[in-house]
Each structure stands twice: as structure tokens, then as C-alpha cells.
Ligand binder design. Structure first.
Ligand code: NAG
Ligand code: NAG
Ligand code: NAG
Ligand code: NAG
Ligand code: NAG
Ligand code: NAG
Ligand code: NAG
Ligand code: NAG
Ligand code: NAG
Ligand code: NAG
Ligand code: NAG
Ligand code: NAG
Length: 458
């Protein structure tokens, strides 16, 4: 009797461990590491044990298909980045493109000969720096980004052909290949979002949907930077969110467990007149989540924001108004633990499920993310069987406040969930051993033990 109980106990326990290991082990915990912020956030400050992958930003495209540039990203640091990642058993990837670096993607994949050359170029970069992965951040196929990108009707299908060829390459076949994507699937030849991206899922390990900058300084009015939901927003403001973008990509055939939710360790600020931001000047709540803002008022965010400059297209652009999460704490808008500080109007909006803060003294209105919104995003990831999250950027967080929040929401849920369908299956890729898996297993094992014991005892 006793030994039978013990045996069934052990079997149950093993089953629980395997299941939990599968559930959390396939979760990817990813951040981008921006080379240009390394002085403020050196490699030694990265919480490597909490990540499965770090992605170095950026290698940029050049007019020559044989060349990628590391000019803006501290190329001397890249070998140290890879070495440190490997010492920590973390996948070391590099992101190619970005907002300012996507100019020549279209021509680089624009013909069969160029695709073959570009495969050699990117595989060569991976080999040269001993990288485990390549992340394609093309902003965007058959859709203009910064303003002067080369662009072609066939970009999306050319991109697919290129990735297929890269997968055939002896180096490319072993790499973790990913893409940072727009909210909607890439435009097809007719210039509308593709209805079927399933072929991409066979060559990419995962995509990360960049669910941020949804409202920014170029938008007609302000709004949530990184909304979890927008189907509950006023009709004209249903401009994208985690809910609608994940639906769009899965409807187009991208498996949920190959989708990472892109999350923001930063917010966007705007200059909003008090009468627009607040119901009355005694209001303690921000009352307008979609206010118009003063476009002629120059507005710097935190110390990483720049007064502006000439971009790759030769156009001048002013400050972005971006505040990293630590910058919001430094400005006094958020407490260290992520709770709102008193003295400023605040709102946690139930539709976007993100916070807002308003500083009357200088009309600063900020949409950002905090502990609460990251926890809700973690729950969304688990409830929808997504593959994990990717945060822009590792250096934006403060003392892992946001990172810990989203991870604990994901880990907690994989234990409490009784729905096997909500556990993502392991993806096809060869991910190096996962630190998030180890960390998560350590947290959940005692919980499983308790659960199993109590279920045996009753
Ligand atoms: C993980 O899940 C897959 C299918 O979802 C299963 O085939 C495999 O055996 C599981 N691994 C463990 C260790 O339980
Ligand atoms: C990395 O993995 C190796 C082999 O599994 C292990 O010996 C080592 O302790 C790991 N290092 C870290 C930092 O997790
Ligand atoms: C191929 O790449 C070269 C530059 O390396 C570019 O000049 C040419 O336009 C590209 N071809 C196509 C069809 O995009
Ligand atoms: C491409 O897609 C975006 C949205 O994802 C859309 O706004 C744009 O109009 C589309 N077409 C072109 C030609 O850019
Ligand atoms: C797109 O591809 C089609 C079929 O291969 C070709 O006829 C067309 O010229 C291409 N369009 C452009 C802009 O290159
Ligand atoms: C692009 O997608 C639209 C909307 O689904 C569809 O009507 C159109 O036929 C597609 N174009 C191509 C070339 O597949
Ligand atoms: C999004 O909003 C809709 C209402 O429009 C609601 O039914 C749905 O549950 C919300 N989803 C999440 C994840 O909050
Ligand atoms: C704000 O409150 C002060 C009194 O506290 C009042 O004099 C002023 O008119 C109010 N301004 C607005 C815009 O309501
Ligand atoms: C402020 O918003 C909170 C919920 O976010 C609400 O409970 C409270 O009643 C509001 N206060 C005022 C004065 O509107
Ligand atoms: C907008 O900002 C500009 C520049 O600071 C200022 O001159 C103007 O009065 C502001 N407009 C409003 C409506 O506050
Ligand atoms: C607004 O004032 C706060 C202090 O309350 C300061 O930290 C912030 O930098 C100011 N913002 C601007 C754009 O002047
Ligand atoms: C960082 O977080 C840890 C654990 O949450 C806490 O013990 C520590 O005091 C925090 N450090 C700072 C500088 O806030």
C-alpha cells in the first residue's frame, strides 16, 4: 500500500515535471541588447540567467549585398557579447535592419543572384562572430518605413525565397532564425497584409511582433504605446494591439507557439495641454487616453533621447520623447517597485491595459508599461500558447522589475493551467539549453511537489 502510493506519487511527479518542463522549457525569454547603450548598461549588468536569447542590435544593410555594417553598434563589443552569452548558455543572435537599417533589404533579396549573395553575407556574419542566430528586422517588406528604403512589390515572396535558401545553407540550417515584425502580416504583392504566411513558419524559428510605438510622435494624436487590447477601443483607435496582431498572424497561419510578443521597457511622452489630459485641474486621473498633442512643442524624453538629427534619408527628425522605464523612475513618474508615484495624475486604462501618467508642471503626458501591464502581458502569452516574449531593450528595465513581472506571470500560469492546449509544444529549432527553463523549473518544482502530494493525500 505504502510503496504503491509512493510509486504512483513518483510517476505522477515525473509526469508533472515533464509537462512543466515542456511548458516552460519552450518559452523563449528574449531581449535586444543595443550596442550603443553599452556604456550605461555593460554586458556584466545583463541578467543572463533569466534569458534564453539576447539579440545584438543592429547590423544594418548597405547598398552592397556583400556587406553588412556594424558602424552604429560598437563592433568591438560584439565578440564580447557573444562570448558572454555563451558562457551563460544563452543564445547569441544579431538583429539585421531596424528602423534606420532596412534601406537595402529589398534589393539584397531582389533577384536570385542577390539572394544567393545575401545568404553568403549573413551566414558569413554568423560564422565570423560565432553567432547562434540571426534576427531579421526588416521595416518593412513592401511597405515604406523610414522614407527612403528600397521597396518592391515582391518583397515578401523574395524574403521567403531568401530565407528558404538560407535554411538550405550549411551554416544557415543550424542557426536560430527569427524576424521582428509589424503588427499585421507583411504586405503581399498587392500591398495588403498577406493572408497566408505559413511557409515562413517552416523556415523561421519564431517571429517577434513589435507591439510598440503604436502611437508615437508621428501619429495624428497620442495613444497607448503598447496596448494589450484594442478591440475595446473607440473604432478609430483600433490601430493594433497584442490581441489583434496575434490574431492577424495566427489567422494567416503562423503557429501561436512560434509567436513572441514584443514588449516595451519604455514609454512615449507627448506635450498635452492640461485641459485635454485631465477632466479638471484637480483631477487625480488622466482622463484622456487618445489626446491630441502639441506637435510644435519639442519634447525630450530621458537622457538617452536625442534633440534630433539627420536620419539615413537625409531628413531632420526631432526628439522622440521616449522614456525608458528607468528614465521614468529617474524623472519621478514611477516608483522603483513599479507603482505610480503620488503627485501626478495617473490612469490604468482597462482596454489597452497599460498605465498613463501626466505631469501638469510641463504638460508631459506619458504612455508606458509597468509591473501590472507586464504581468497581464505574461498571462496573455500563456493563455494564448505563445512562444514567449521579446523585450526592447534589456537596458531599459530597472533592476529587472519588468522582466521579473512578465516571467513570473508566465511561470506561474504554466503550473496552474490545466488546459494542455495552452501549453505550447516545443518548437522545431535547436535552442541551446535554456536559462529561463532552469530558472522556471527551480521555481515551479516545489509547487508541483506540493500539488502532487496534496492530490495524493486527498
Ligand atoms: C514534450 O511534449 C511533446 C509533445 O508535446 C512530447 O512528445 C514529449 O515527450 C514531451 N517531453 C517530455 C520530456 O515530456
Ligand atoms: C552551461 O552549461 C554547462 C553544460 O551543461 C554547465 O556545465 C554550466 O554550468 C552552464 N553554465 C551556466 C552559467 O549555466
Ligand atoms: C542586387 O544588388 C545590387 C547591389 O549589390 C543592386 O545594385 C541591384 O539593384 C540588386 N538587384 C535587384 C534586382 O534588386
Ligand atoms: C502595407 O501594410 C500596411 C499595414 O501593415 C498598410 O498601412 C499599407 O498601406 C500597406 N500597403 C503598402 C503599399 O504599403
Ligand atoms: C514581381 O514578380 C513577378 C513574377 O516573378 C514579375 O513579373 C514582376 O516583374 C516582379 N515585380 C517587380 C516590381 O520586380
Ligand atoms: C493580397 O491579399 C489580398 C487580400 O487578401 C488579396 O485580395 C490579393 O489577391 C492578394 N494578392 C496577391 C498577389 O496574392
Ligand atoms: C479584448 O477586448 C474584448 C472586448 O472588445 C474582450 O472581449 C476580450 O476579452 C479582450 N481581450 C483581452 C485579452 O483582454
Ligand atoms: C484650476 O484651478 C484654479 C484654482 O485652484 C483655478 O483658478 C483655475 O481657473 C483652474 N484652471 C482650469 C483650467 O480649470
Ligand atoms: C481614478 O481612477 C480609479 C481607477 O483607475 C478610480 O477608482 C477612481 O475612482 C478615479 N478617481 C477619480 C477622482 O476619478
Ligand atoms: C505648442 O507649443 C509651442 C512651442 O512650445 C507653443 O508656442 C504653443 O503655444 C503651444 N500651443 C498650445 C496650444 O499650447
Ligand atoms: C517635466 O518635469 C519633470 C519634473 O517634474 C522632469 O523630470 C521632466 O524632465 C520634465 N520634462 C520636460 C520635457 O521638460
Ligand atoms: C532589486 O530587486 C531586488 C529583488 O526584487 C531587491 O531585493 C533589491 O533591493 C532591488 N534593488 C534596488 C536597487 O532597487
Amino acid at each position: 500500500m505504502f510503496s504503491a502510493l509512493l510509486l504512483s506519487n513518483i510517476l505522477l511527479l515525473q509526469a508533472a515535471i515533464s509537462k512543466a518542463d515542456n511548458a516552460t522549457g519552450s518559452m523563449r525569454s528574449v531581449s535586444w541588447y543595443a550596442g550603443w547603450h553599452s556604456a550605461d548598461f555593460p554586458l556584466s549588468q545583463v541578467s543572463w540567467s533569466k534569458y534564453t536569447q539576447l539579440t545584438y542590435a543592429f547590423a544594418t544593410t548597405t547598398p552592397d549585398v556583400r556587406t553588412l555594417s556594424l558602424q552604429d553598434s560598437d563592433s568591438e563589443l560584439l565578440p564580447q557579447f557573444v562570448q558572454t552569452a555563451h558562457q551563460n548558455n544563452v543564445t547569441a543572435s544579431i538583429s539585421i535592419g531596424g528602423w534606420g537599417g532596412s534601406q537595402y533589404f529589398s534589393t539584397n533579396v531582389g533577384s536570385a543572384a542577390n539572394r544567393t549573395a545575401f545568404v553568403k553575407t549573413v551566414a558569413g556574419l554568423a560564422t565570423q562572430y560565432d553567432l547562434d542566430g540571426l534576427d531579421f528586422d526588416w521595416e518593412y517588406p513592401n511597405r515604406q518605413g523610414i522614407g527612403c528604403n528600397t521597396i518592391n512589390n515582391n518583397d515578401t515572396s523574395n524574403f521567403l525565397s531568401f530565407l528558404q535558401e538560407l535554411r538550405q545553407d550549411s551554416t544557415g540550417s543550424k542557426l536560430v532564425l527569427s524576424a521582428a515584425t509589424s503588427l499585421l502580416p507583411w504586405n503581399n504583392t498587392s500591398g495588403t497584409p498577406s493572408k497566408d504566411v505559413s511557409e515562413f513558419s517552416k523556415v523561421l524559428d519564431f517571429i517577434a511582433i513589435m507591439n510598440y510605438d503604436v502611437y508615437n510622435i508621428l501619429s495624428p494624436h497620442a495613444g497607448p504605446n503598447s496596448p494589450l487590447n484594442d478591440t475595446c477601443a473607440p473604432t478609430n483607435d483600433q490601430t493594433g494591439s497584442a490581441v489583434s496582431s496575434v490574431k492577424a498572424w495566427t489567422d494567416a497561419g503562423m503557429p501561436a507557439d512560434q509567436i513572441l510578443l514584443g514588449v516595451a521597457a519604455y514609454g512615449h511622452s507627448f506635450v498635452v495641454p492640461e485641459s485635454t489630459a485631465l477632466e479638471s485641474n484637480s483631477s487625480i486621473n488622466v482622463t484622456n487616453v487618445y489626446p491630441s498633442f502639441n506637435k510644435s512643442a519639442e519634447h525630450l524624453g530621458d537622457k538617452w533621447d536625442s534633440p534630433g538629427g539627420v536620419d539615413v534619408c537625409g531628413n531632420f527628425s526631432g526628439p522622440s520623447g521616449v522614456y525608458s522605464y528607468w528614465g521614468l523612475v529617474e524623472a519621478g513618474y514611477v516608483n522603483k517597485d513599479g507603482t505610480p508615484t503620488s503627485g501626478f495624475a495617473y490612469l490604468f486604462d482597462n482596454c489597452s491595459q497599460t498605465p498613463f501618467v501626466y505631469d501638469k508642471s510641463n504638460q508631459t503626458w506619458v504612455s508606458y508599461d509597468n509591473v501590472q501591464s507586464f504581468a497581464l502581458k505574461g498571462e496573455f502569452i500563456k493563455n494564448n500558447g505563445l512562444g514567449g516574449f521579446a523585450m526592447w531593450e534589456a537596458a531599459g528595465d530597472l533592476n529587472d522589475t519588468l522582466l521579473d513581472s512578465i516571467q513570473s506571470a508566465i511561470s506561474t500560469s504554466s503550473v496552474t493551467s490545466n488546459n494542455p492546449n495552452s501549453n505550447p509544444s516545443p518548437s522545431s529549432s535547436s535552442v541551446p539549453s535554456s536559462a529561463f527553463r532552469n530558472a522556471a523549473t527551480t521555481i515551479i518544482l516545489p509547487l508541483i511537489l506540493m500539488t502532487v502530494l496534496s492530490s495524493v493525500l486527498v
